[in-house]
Design a protein around this ligand. Structure first.
Ligand SMILES: Cc1cc2nc3c(=O)[nH]c(=O)nc-3n(C[C@H](O)[C@H](O)[C@H](O)COP(=O)(O)OP(=O)(O)OC[C@H]3O[C@@H](n4cnc5c(N)ncnc54)[C@H](O)[C@@H]3O)c2cc1C
Length: 475
C-alpha cells in the first residue's frame, strides 16, 4: 500500500532541492527548512566570514571564494532532466566551466521550473531534531523539529512541529578539518581555513603558506600568486599529491614554492618543514578539507560521526535503526552532482511511500559492516568511507539498483574523464583549453548542445530556446 508522509528536509542546497522534488513527485507533504536567505547552499556566495574564528565556520555556511569556477563540465553538473544550458542573456557566463554565480542562477531556475519555492522556508534554521515520545506500545510517532526563524525586524521566533520523516541535506563543506601542528596555538600571525578565504586583496605583498594541494589549495595558491610576495605550498606526502599540472605551474612562476609537510610553527613567524627547510610567513591557509557535522540532530547515539564516517548508514543513506524515518542525502563524496543526490532522493521518496522496501535492520547493519571491512582491507582510510572516487560505474549501479535511475550516457562519462585528465595536466588553463573527442561531439550534438536551441528558456524576444556554448573541436 502506498502512503504519504509529512517530511521535513533540512537544507536547500542541491541535495535538499533534489530531495524536495523527488518527495513532491511521490506525493509527500514536504517542507524544506533553510537557514539562509536563499536556496543554493554552497553556491550562495557569502563575502562575510570575519565574524568569529577563521579556523572554524566563522558563522558562514558557504566556502566558495570569489574567483571560483566550476570544475565539472556544465553538460554534466545539471539535474538529470534539466540541462544546465547557457542562457541567451547578458551578464551570464556561457563557458563550459562557468563562475559560481552562473550555477546559482541555474539552481534558482530549477526551483522555479519545478515549483519548489512553495515548499521552502527561508531564514529558518533547524536548531534541534529529536524523536517524539513513543506510543504506549513503543510505536514510532515521528520527529520533533525545533526551528529558529528570523523575523522581519531581525527578531528570532522559535517554532516546534512534528514530522513523520526527516531528510538531512545540510552539506559537507562547512565545518573545517584542521590538522594538529606543533606550535600552531602560539603562532601569532594570521591562520585561517580555506572555508574563510574569499579574495586575495588582504594578502598583498605577504608570504603565505598553503597547507594542502587539492582543488581549493591549488585554486587559492594560483589566486594569491599575483598579489603576494611568495606562496609556499606544503603537501603530505609529496609524491602522488602534486599533479603534473601543478608542478608545471610551480616551475613557471618564481614566487610559487613546494614543500613537504610542516614540522612546526615558531614564535618568530617561521614555518619549519619536515625536511628542515623553513620560511618566515605572514599567513597560513589550511586547505585541509571538511568534517561532517550535524549539530542539531539528536538520535540518542544511533547515528555518530567518527573520523568522517557517518554511521551506520545503509548505502550511505539510511541509518538502519531509524529507517526509513531518518535519511541522509548528500553524504557521498567524489560522485557526480547533483545526479547522485537525485538517486538517493528518489530512493528515499519511494521507500517512504512504500513503493520500495528496505531489507530488515539486521541485514542492513551487516551490509554496512561488510562494506566498512572491505574498504579497510583495501587500505582505504576511515575518513574516506563515503568517497566513491568518481567511480562512474559504481554510481550507475547504485542508481539502477536502488531506484531504477537511468545510467549516465557514455559521452558524458568520457567528458568527465577527459576533464579530469586536463585538470591534472594543466592547473592553470585546463578549463578553457579542451578539445572534444568525436564521441563527446556526437553526444553534444544529439542533445542540443551544439544546435544552440533548447526547450526550457526564452530569448529576449520571448521565443523559446537558449544558446549552447560554442564548441571547441579538433581543427
Ligand atoms: C570550494 C568548493 C568548490 C566546489 N566546486 C564544485 C564543483 O565545481 N562541482 C561540483 O559538483 N561540486 C563542487 N563543490 C561541492 C558542492 O558543495 C556540491 O556541488 C553541492 O553544492 C553540495 O550540495 P548540498 O546540498 O549537499 O550541500 P550545500 O550546498 O552545503 O547545502 C546545504 C544547505 O543546508 C543548509 N543548512 C545547513 N544546516 C542547516 C540547519 N541547521 N537548518 C537549516 N538549514 C541548514 C545550508 O544553509 C545550505 O543551504 C564544491 C564545494 C566547495 C566547498
Amino acid at each position: 500500500m502506498v502512503s504519504f508522509m509529512k517530511v521535513c528536509v533540512v537544507g536547500a542546497g542541491v541535495a535538499g532541492l533534489a530531495a524536495a522534488r523527488e518527495l513532491l513527485r511521490e506525493g509527500h507533504d514536504v517542507t524544506v527548512m533553510e537557514q539562509s536567505g536563499g536556496v543554493g547552499g554552497q553556491w550562495l556566495y557569502d563575502p562575510a566570514t570575519d565574524a568569529g574564528d577563521p579556523l572554524g565556520t566563522a558563522g558562514a555556511h558557504s566556502s566558495i571564494y570569489a574567483s571560483l569556477r566550476l570544475n565539472s563540465p556544465r553538460e554534466v553538473i545539471g539535474f538529470s532532466d534539466f540541462p544546465f544550458y547557457p542562457k541567451n542573456d547578458r551578464g551570464g557566463d556561457a563557458r563550459r566551466f562557468p563562475r559560481h554565480g552562473e550555477f546559482l542562477r541555474y539552481i534558482r531556475d530549477f526551483c522555479d521550473a519545478f515549483g519548489l519555492m512553495d515548499a521552502v522556508r527561508l531564514n529558518t534554521r533547524v536548531a534541534h531534531v529529536g524523536m517524539a515520545p513513543r506510543s504506549d506500545d513503543g510505536g514510532f510517532l515521528g520527529w520533533e523539529v525545533r526551528c529558529a526563524k528570523q523575523g522581519e525586524g531581525n527578531e528570532v521566533v522559535t517554532t516546534e512541529e512534528v514530522f513523520d520523516a526527516i531528510v538531512v541535506a545540510v552539506g559537507q563543506f562547512t565545518q573545517p578539518r584542521i590538522p594538529t601542528i606543533n606550535g600552531m596555538d602560539k603562532w601569532s600571525r594570521r591562520q585561517l581555513h580555506s572555508h574563510s578565504y574569499r579574495v586575495p586583496d588582504s594578502f598583498h605583498g605577504e608570504v603565505v603558506v598553503i597547507v594542502g594541494c587539492h582543488e581549493s589549495g591549488k585554486d587559492i595558491a594560483l589566486d594569491l600568486r599575483e598579489v603576494v610576495r611568495e606562496v609556499h605550498i606544503s603537501v603530505k606526502p609529496m609524491a602522488g599529491t602534486i599533479s603534473p599540472g601543478m608542478s608545471k605551474a610551480v616551475s613557471k612562476h618564481p614566487n610559487l614554492h613546494l614543500h613537504p609537510e610542516i614540522d612546526c610553527l615558531c614564535d618568530d613567524g617561521r614555518v619549519v618543514f619536515v625536511d628542515g627547510s623553513g620560511v618566515v610567513a605572514d599567513a597560513i591557509i589550511y586547505c585541509t578539507g571538511y568534517d561532517y557535522s550535524f549539530p542539531f540532530l539528536d538520535t540518542a547515539g544511533l547515528v555518530t560521526v567518527d573520523d568522517n564516517r557517518v554511521g551506520p548508514l545503509f548505502e550511505h543513506t539510511f541509518p538502519p535503526a531509524l529507517a526509513p524515518w531518518l535519511s541522509f542525502v548528500g553524504v557521498p563524496r567524489m560522485v557526480i552532482l547533483p545526479r547522485f543526490y537525485e538517486m538517493q532522493a528518489r530512493w528515499v521518496a519511494q521507500v517512504l511511500s512504500g513503493r520500495m522496501a528496505l531489507p530488515p535492520v539486521e541485514e542492513m547493519l551487516r551490509t554496512v559492516e561488510e562494506y566498512n571491512r572491505a574498504r579497510e582491507a583495501a587500505g582505504v582510510p576511515k575518513r574516506l568511507t563515503h568517497a566513491f572516487g568518481l567511480d562512474l560505474e559504481l554510481c550507475d549501479e547504485f542508481g539502477e539498483k536502488r531506484c531504477g535511475f537511468p545510467r549516465l550516457e557514455d559521452w558524458k562519462k568520457e567528458l568527465i574523464l577527459s576533464s579530469i585528465t586536463s585538470l591534472l595536466d594543466d592547473a592553470e588553463s585546463w578549463r578553457d583549453d579542451y578539445l572534444d573527442s568525436d564521441i563527446v561531439l556526437e553526444g553534444l550534438r544529439s542533445q542540443g548542445w551544439l544546435t544552440g536551441r533548447s526547450p526550457h528558456d526564452k530569448d529576449d524576444d520571448g521565443a523559446a530556446g537558449e544558446r549552447a556554448p560554442k564548441p571547441q573541436t579538433h581543427s
